[in-house]
Structures are given as structure tokens and as C-alpha cells.
Design a protein around this ligand. Structure first.
Ligand SMILES: *[C@@H]1O[C@H](CO)[C@@H](O)[C@H](O)[C@H]1NC(C)=O
Ligand SMILES: *[C@@H]1O[C@H](CO)[C@@H](O)[C@H](O)[C@H]1NC(C)=O
Ligand SMILES: *[C@@H]1O[C@H](CO)[C@@H](O)[C@H](O)[C@H]1NC(C)=O
Ligand SMILES: *[C@@H]1O[C@H](CO)[C@@H](O)[C@H](O)[C@H]1NC(C)=O
Ligand SMILES: *[C@@H]1O[C@H](CO)[C@@H](O)[C@H](O)[C@H]1NC(C)=O
Ligand SMILES: *[C@@H]1O[C@H](CO)[C@@H](O)[C@H](O)[C@H]1NC(C)=O
Length: 796
């Protein structure tokens, strides 16, 4: 979603319309479209309207509705503000709402006022991801959709939410990492599927084997965005609105598209948003291959494809793509498969485009069909009685606020803990120096897509670090810098003085939306301004133990703190949501034993000098000196690697079951394919087989015993990677194939059972973008090489 001045203006305009919409078109006694009493009052005969006939399928009903519309009426339903069809008793609908990590007032479909001023704000996705807890992701989705239904009943929200953001965080500089589930495509896709199911699924109809997925009911409709290869916002003047992502088929299949595929196929999401950028020259929203062929045909989307806001205008004015005029642009995007326009171009120009013969009315009908089936699945036509009772008492409940705190505790990552200085012991009359620009953070903790201060609305409450630590001691607070930019050192002295006399010192530092944000990529990955001086001087003077807490989305090179013996412990808290400050204090004082893991590689500062943000390439390139991106392709030194995170206890692993051989017999229709090998590697006689040729229904067992060998209960995240046979040129170093967070009591063990599909676990993507299963010796790596096990895969 855009934030240029032009687009902000646009948001205001739509917001103004929205007020009209709620006051006039959706009176508080509005229940659902096909309410017989409503039609009686409107003086219309409901019996003559097949689209209100519950005996028919949604597809038949949607087709009937669309069939009755004039071309003018049709095009007025194709923008995020759908004007409705008064003549048929169908009211306006505002499609655009956001729920990235709780309900948001960004987007005109959801709004707050004095009658309903708050909603629960969960940690930003980058921190929630660090929990590596699938059921947490799903549970948050459920809680958010419950609040969404409540607001909808109160006339304060639509039912279509353009969340989550599932672009892979390819480079630490990208400004929108805060919204993402990190750098690993499999984790991003797993997060997407779980969060989407939490938002969308109606209890009892969750199954992916539900007989007709086009009639599967929806609690709310989610949207996976932004498709695809979208991860440059504004870097050295290169903006997403004109950026042409040059990307190989291999990287698309393996990295950029994979989370979207999982979102559609595993999450059964009801919408995908196309992005602003071009992909190899063609704007994503006008890309037939990406939208119609890949999302709709290959992945079989049950839902609609929406543009990012004003994408059509961006295509014409910023990309200046093919110098198309308005009518040609909308005809291209409609034909490519973009069904709904966030903006006004479809509403304003499709009618003329049809009249000029640039696009068929049948294309319009098809898009409307997808849109109305989604509205019917939401109950907008028939009601959804099981949610009718939800109201203000279901928003900001104790359980939801507690869940926001739980998510923050589960996500926080312990990066350093010299001599087990943490957890700090609680002592009477203890003085805690709580210093740093985030020591009293509130807004910064909830990040973006939360509560835009220009509109009403805020979290249920805030628990800043200052609040949190106040429950453990007598806090001496001093910011040390007036903002994270910390451009002068005037206030450092006060922080140093506070630390000099305190029993323990907690420095809460890092960055915020003034450094990394939508529309703002970073140029370096260091702490800004004088923050490093602040931290070092405070640590130097401190009487007691020193704990550094970093708030950020992208990694920060804090090597200086890692190696400084006077900084005893370091925590990463992402942007931890409205309850975040309490969660940090609870971790520092051992009320909660941290188990989060970094969902990103933390690179050293010079990484940014080696490769431009605008290069989409994942693999290293010696000819250009590019080092490779993400743990899958970068093997240089890091500040902290992907998956890193400590605990207050110690876990040991033992491999209990795993195959060592996987022989596969090929039929005469399954052909061997070649792979490139490094010189000196002995090439197998049958290097690989195309995954599409294999049936790929075989799974192997991997059972791991996790023992808590310490004396504190704790959570362990078990990360399982596979490494392809050595010698294959151009493949990844390793890839994550399974993960599970488990709670293990002190002294006890737990068995973690994985069933791994051979193709998903051991397949690789070749240079043409084909997924193949190589033969040879694959290696299973668990965690930080606590278990290394080889599996010989052979073809006969
Ligand atoms: C809603 O209630 C108002 C006042 O009670 C009434 O005039 C109006 O007809 C009702 N509208 C519908 C659609 O039921
Ligand atoms: C994962 O999240 C769920 C849902 O919030 C929670 O009940 C469970 O305890 C968490 N699991 C672990 C191992 O922390
Ligand atoms: C194209 O659309 C824009 C926005 O509605 C408008 O300002 C412009 O005049 C249109 N161009 C033509 C040639 O109609
Ligand atoms: C902490 O921040 C809150 C909210 O921004 C503010 O009201 C409060 O005065 C601040 N506390 C201190 C001690 O500065
Ligand atoms: C709190 O810190 C200030 C310096 O910022 C210091 O002058 C004061 O003595 C400290 N108070 C306590 C109770 O330690
Ligand atoms: C591998 O060997 C061939 C023939 O000996 C040679 O032409 C080629 O350059 C070598 N490739 C690499 C990557 O060393």
C-alpha cells in the first residue's frame, strides 16, 4: 500500500466516502443482503432474484447477479469502493481493510471512533515469526478475525483484509522487513498458511478437502501480498513505483513465489495482491503469466486478485509502461487476471475500454464472478449467524491482550548471555537504570499497519519497557538520546550517571520507522547516530550487569556489543507489539525463558557494500563480487546466523529414527535429467528426476529426542535442514524443511516426530526453474549441526 503524498490524498478521499458508506448504505440495522424483510421494505420482490436463492450454489448466484447488471453498473463494482446496485437492493461495499498484526485503521474499510476506540495490537510479524510456533500464528489469526467480526457487526469494518505481507526478506536494507516472516521462503509460506487459516477458517470447514472450495465459508477474507519479486521500496532514489525487478525463473520458483504458492495451496487464501514493480519488464499487475497462469491456473486460487493501491496509475505514470493510455492499461490488467482495482481506474475507464473493443465484457464478468463468490462465502448475502453475537465485549479481551504478550515473549531472541548473567534475580529495593531511546517505547513497538495517527484508534493499552521493568524494581529512566537517530550526544551523560549507581542497567536501543519503513530502505545496517557511543559509555560506567535490548526488524551490525565484555547480555525484541515492554522485562527477570530464533541472517556492516539492494539475485556471483543472499546462499561471516537464539537452559538432541537409504525405482515414464557438477565430482549415472514425473507421495520419518539438560523449563525450536549432495553447481548450501517449537520441562525429554515428503524435503530447483530430486548423498542437519545424518538416494 502506498504512501506517496498523492496516494495519501487518495486515502483521505476514500475515507470520506467510507463515512458516507457506513452512514447511508449500511445502517446499523443492516444485516445481510438477502434479508427478506429488507427487500420487503425496499419494495423489491426477493423471489424474482435468483442471486438470493440459497438453494443455488454461490457460483450460480454470482453469475445470476452479474448477468443482471448493465456495463455501467458492472464497472462500478470493480474498485475498492464498490458502489453497489441500489436497483437490485445490493449496497456499497468497501473492500480495503488491513489486519497485518491486529486490526488497523490504515485502509478505509475499518475505522475507530469514540464508540469503539481500540483493538488488540499483536507484535509485528517479524517478531511473531521468531517464535517458530505455527499454532501461535494460527491463534493470532483467529483472535484478529474475531475482533474483525465484532467490528463488522458494529458497522466499523468490512470483511476483506489485505494481509498478510509474505514477501521474502531478501536483503537487510529493505524497509518493509517489519511486515514479513523473514528470509526463508518455507517459513514465510508456513506463516502465511497458518495466519491465513486463522483469519479465514470457519470452525468445522477448515479442511482442504472441503468438497467445494468455492463455497467454503469464510470468517474473514485474507490476502497474500505483494506478488511478486517486490522488495525494493526506495533505495538511492530507486522507487518501487518504477522498479523493474530482473529475476530468474529459478529464483522466482524457489524463493519469491514459493510463499505465495503455499499461501494459495496450503492456506486456501481467498485473495492475492499484485505488486507495484515490474517483473522482467512487465508490471506485476499486467502479467498474464504470473496472474492467470501461475496463481489462477497452476495454483488454483479460489478467490480474487487485487491491485496494490493505484497500481494502474503507477503503471501509466511511473513505469510509463508501453506508453499505454488509461483504457489500454485497464484492458491489459483485466486480461492478465487483476480482478479488483484498489483505486479508481477500473471504475472510470473499463466501460470505455469495453466499448472500444480493447477488452471483452466477458473478462469483466469473470472478475465480478470471483469477487461476488467471495462476498457470498463471507455471508454478506446470507448472513453468518454464528458470529452475530460478537460485539464490543469481544475486542481487547483479557485473552487477546494476554495473547499479544505471549507472542512477544515467544518471539524475543536471546543473543548473548555471558556467564548466565540472565535471568536477573529479583531483589528488594533494587534500582534499575532503564536507558536508551526505546526505554519508554510505545508507538514504536507496534510498527506499521497498526494505527495511523491521522485517524482515530489505538491499541487496548501499552506496556512500555519502562512499565515492564517498574514491576521488577525501582526504575531510573533516562532516554540518553532524544530519538533513535541520536544525532547528538548531549543526553548521554545522564544515562551514564544513572548506570553508575544502579544495581542493573538495561539499555533499550535500536531503530524504528524513521530508519526502516515502507518507502524507506536503509543505506547501512548500523545503529544510527551516536547510539553506539551511548551504549558503550553506559556499559563502561555501569555498576551492575548490563543488558542490551535491540528493537529492529532488519538485522543491525552490533558486533561491538557482541564482543564488549561489559555488555553481558543482548536480546532482540523485533517490534514487540503493545505488550512488548512487559514481555522484555519478563524475559530479563526469568519469568519467561526465551526460545525465539532469528528469522533473518544478521550480516556484517560491509555486506551492503558488496551488492546493491536492486539486484534480486540470491546466488553468489564471483564475476560481480556478489556474496549471495540469505543463509541458503551466503556462507560468509555473520553477526548472528539465521535461526540463532539462546535459552536459560540447555537442550541436547538425539536422533531416534531416520532412514539411511532411499532407493527409488523408476518406471519407463520417469526419465533421468542431467545436473551440472563441479569438476572432480563423480557424477551419478542418473543425476536427477523431475519432481513432476515422480509421484512424490513417499514420506520418511525423522524422530528426534529433545532433552532439557538444564534446571529450568524451556522451549526449544527444532530446525531441520537438508543439504543436497555435494558437487552440484548452483544449488543452495542448505534449506529448512521442517521446524517445531516444543516445551520441555527441566530434566525431561520430548520426542519430536517429523514425516518428511521426499520431494519437498530433498528437492532442489535447477537453473531452468524446474524442481528436481537429485540422487546421491543428502545430508540432514538438525539445529546448529547437533545432528548430521546422511541419506543415500538412488534411482534404479
Ligand atoms: C432501518 O431502520 C430504520 C429506522 O428504524 C428504518 O427506517 C429503515 O427502513 C430500516 N432499514 C432497513 C434496511 O431495514
Ligand atoms: C505455541 O503457541 C500456542 C498458541 O498460542 C501455545 O499454546 C503453545 O504453548 C506454544 N507452544 C510452545 C511450544 O511454546
Ligand atoms: C487518465 O486517467 C487520469 C486519472 O483519472 C486522468 O487524469 C487523465 O486525464 C486520463 N487520461 C486520459 C487521456 O483520459
Ligand atoms: C513515556 O511515554 C508515555 C507515552 O508516550 C508518556 O505519556 C510518558 O510521560 C513517558 N514517561 C516518561 C517518564 O517520560
Ligand atoms: C538516576 O539517574 C540520575 C542521572 O540520570 C542520577 O543523577 C540519580 O542519582 C539516579 N537516581 C538513583 C536513585 O539512582
Ligand atoms: C572443468 O574441466 C573442464 C575440462 O577439463 C574445463 O574446461 C572447465 O573449465 C572446468 N570447470 C571448472 C569450473 O573448473
Amino acid at each position: 500500500m502506498a504512501k506517496t503524498p498523492r496516494l495519501v490524498l487518495y486515502i483521505y478521499l476514500t475515507f470520506a466516502f467510507c463515512v458516507i458508506y457506513t452512514d447511508a448504505a449500511t445502517p446499523s440495522n443492516f444485516t445481510y443482503v438477502c434479508d427478506p424483510a429488507r427487500y420487503a421494505q425496499l419494495g423489491l420482490d426477493i423471489k424474482s432474484l435468483p442471486f438470493c436463492d440459497k438453494k443455488l450454489s454461490y457460483e450460480v448466484r454470482a453469475r445470476d447477479f452479474v448477468r443482471q447488471l448493465t456495463l455501467y453498473e458492472k464497472v462500478r463494482q470493480l474498485g475498492n469502493r464498490a458502489y453497489g446496485v441500489p436497483r437490485l437492493g445490493v449496497p456499497e461495499y468497501q473492500w480495503w481493510s488491513e489486519a497485518l498484526h491486529g486490526l488497523s485503521n490504515v485502509g478505509p474499510g475499518t475505522f475507530f471512533d469514540n464508540s469503539i476506540p481500540h483493538a488488540t495490537s499483536y507484535p509485528t510479524p517479524i517478531l511473531t515469526t521468531a517464535s517458530f510456533n505455527k499454532s501461535l500464528w494460527n491463534t493470532i489469526g483467529k483472535a484478529v478475525s474475531t475482533e474483525a467480526r465484532a467490528l463488522h457487526n458494529l458497522g466499523h469494518a468490512g470483511l476483506t483484509f489485505w494481509s498478510p505481507t509474505i514477501n521474502v526478506a531478501r536483503d537487510p536494507r529493505w524497509g518493509r522487513i517489519i511486515e514479513t516472516p523473514g528470509e526463508d521462503p518455507f517459513v514465510v509460506g508456513t506463516y502465511a498458511a497458518n495466519y491465513v487459516r486463522g483469519l479465514q477458517d470457519v470452525e468445522g470447514t477448515e479442511s482442504n478437502t472441503y468438497d467445494d472450495l468455492n463455497s467454503r465459508p469464510l470468517k474473514v477474507s485474507a490476502c497474500c501480498k505483494h506478488f511478486t519479486a517486490y522488495d525494493v521500496d526506495n533505495w538511492k532514489g530507486i522507487e518501487r513505483y518504477s522498479f523493474d525487478a530482473r529475476v530468474t525463473e529459478q529464483d522466482l520458483v524457489e524463493t519469491f513465489n514459493r510463499p505465495f504458492q503455499m499461501c494459495v495451496q496450503d492456506g486456501d487464501v481467498s485473495s492475492v495482491m499484485c505488486s507495484y514493480n515490474r517483473v522482467n519488464g512487465i508490471p506485476a499487475c499486467a502479467n498474464h503469466k504470473l496472474l492467470k497462469e501461475t496463481i489462477r491456473q497452476d495454483w488454483n486460487l479460489h478467490g480474487y486478485i487485487v491491485s496494490d493501491c493505484d497500481s494502474v496509475e503507477v503503471m501509466i505514470k511511473d513505469h510509463k509502461w508501453l506508453n499505454v493510455d488509461n483504457e489500454t492499461a485497464v484492458s491489459y490488467t483485466l486480461q492478465a487476471g487483476m480482478d479488483l482495482d484498489c483505486g479508481g481506474y477500473y471504475t472510470d475507464y473499463v466501460e470505455n475500454a469495453v466499448k472500444l473493443g480493447k477488452v471483452g465484457e466477458g473478462d469483466v464478468d469473470k472478475s465480478l464472478q470471483y469477487l461476488y463468490v467471495v462476498l457470498m462465502r463471507l455471508g454478506i448475502f446470507d448472513g453468518q449467524p454464528q458470529y452475530n453475537s460478537l460485539g464490543i465485549n469481544d475486542v481487547c479481551t483479557r485473552a487477546h491482550i494476554e495473547l499479544a504478550g505471549e507472542a512477544a515473549r515467544e518471539g524475543i531472541v536471546l543473543l548473548k548471555n555471558d556467564n548466565g548473567v540472565l535471568p536477573l534475580a529479583t531483589k528488594k529495593n533494587e534500582i534499575l537504570a532503564v536507558v536508551g531511546p526505546h526505554a519508554n517505547a510505545s508507538d514504536a513497538m507496534i510498527g506499521n499497519y497498526a494505527f495511523d495517527p491521522r485517524n482515530k484508534g489505538s491499541p487496548c493499552r501499552y506496556r512500555s519497557p519502562l512499565n515492564g521493568f517498574s514491576s521488577y524494581g525501582s526504575v531510573n529512566y533516562t532516554a540518553g538520546c532524544s530519538s533513535v537517530k541520536c544525532s547528538d550526544g548531549n543526553m548521554i551523560g545522564e544515562a551514564v550517571d544513572a548506570a553508575r549507581t544502579a544495581d542493573a542497567t538495561i539499555i533499550v536501543a535500536g531503530i524504528d520507522l524513521s530508519i526502516e519503513a515502507e518507502g524507506l530502505d536503509r543505506l547501512d545496517i548500523l545503529l544510527p547516530g551516536k547510539q553506539t557511543d551511548l551504549i558503550n559509555q553506559v556499559a563502561d560506567a555501569a555498576k551492575g550487569p548490563v543488558v542490551l535490548v535491540i528493537m529492529s526488524a532488519g538485522g543491525v551490525d552490533i558486533s561491538f556489543a557482541k564482543s564488549n565484555p561489559k555488555i553481558h547480555a543482548i536480546l532482540w525484541a523485533g517490534y514487540p507489539g503493545a505488550e512488548g515492554g512487559q514481555a522484555i522485562a519478563d524475559v530479563v527477570f526469568g519469568k519467561y525463558n526465551p526460545g525465539g530464533r532469528l528469522p533473518l541472517t544478521w550480516y556484517q556492516a560491509d555486506y551492503v557494500d558488496k551488492i546493491p539492494l536492486t539486484s534480486l539475485q540470491l546466488r553468489p556471483d564471483d564475476s560481480k563480487g556478489y556474496p549471495g543472499r540469505t543463509y541458503k546462499f551466503f556462507d560468509g561471516p555473520t553477526v548472528f546466523p539465521y535461526g540463532y537464539g539462546l535459552s536459560y537452559t540447555k537442550f541436547n538432541y538425539a536422533l531416534k529414527a531416520a532412514p539411511s537409504k532411499l532407493p527409488t525405482k523408476l518406471s519407463k515414464f520417469q526419465h533421468c535429467r542431467d545436473l551440472p557438477y563441479k569438476n572432480g565430482t563423480i557424477k551419478p549415472s542418473c543425476p536427477a528426476v523431475l519432481i513432476d514425473d515422480l509421484r512424490c507421495n513417499k514420506k520418511f520419518k525423522l524422530n528426534i529426542e529433545v532433552k532439557n539438560a538444564g534446571n529450568r523449563d524451556g522451549d526449544e525450536v527444532v530446525l531441520v535442514y537438508s543439504q543436497p549432495p555435494l558437487g552440484i553447481i548452483g544449488t543452495h548450501i542448505k534449506q529448512l524443511i521442517k521446524f517445531q517449537r516444543v516445551s520441555v520441562a527441566a530434566g525431561k525429554s520430548k520426542l519430536v516426530d517429523f514425516a518428511i515428503n521426499i520431494c519437498q524435503g530433498l528437492g532442489i530447483v535447477d537453473s531452468n526453474g524446474n524442481t528436481v530430486l537429485p540422487s546421491g548423498s543428502h545430508t540432514i542437519i538438525v539445529g546448529n549441526r547437533q545432528i548430521v545424518h546422511s541419506i543415500q538416494l538412488t534411482y534404479r
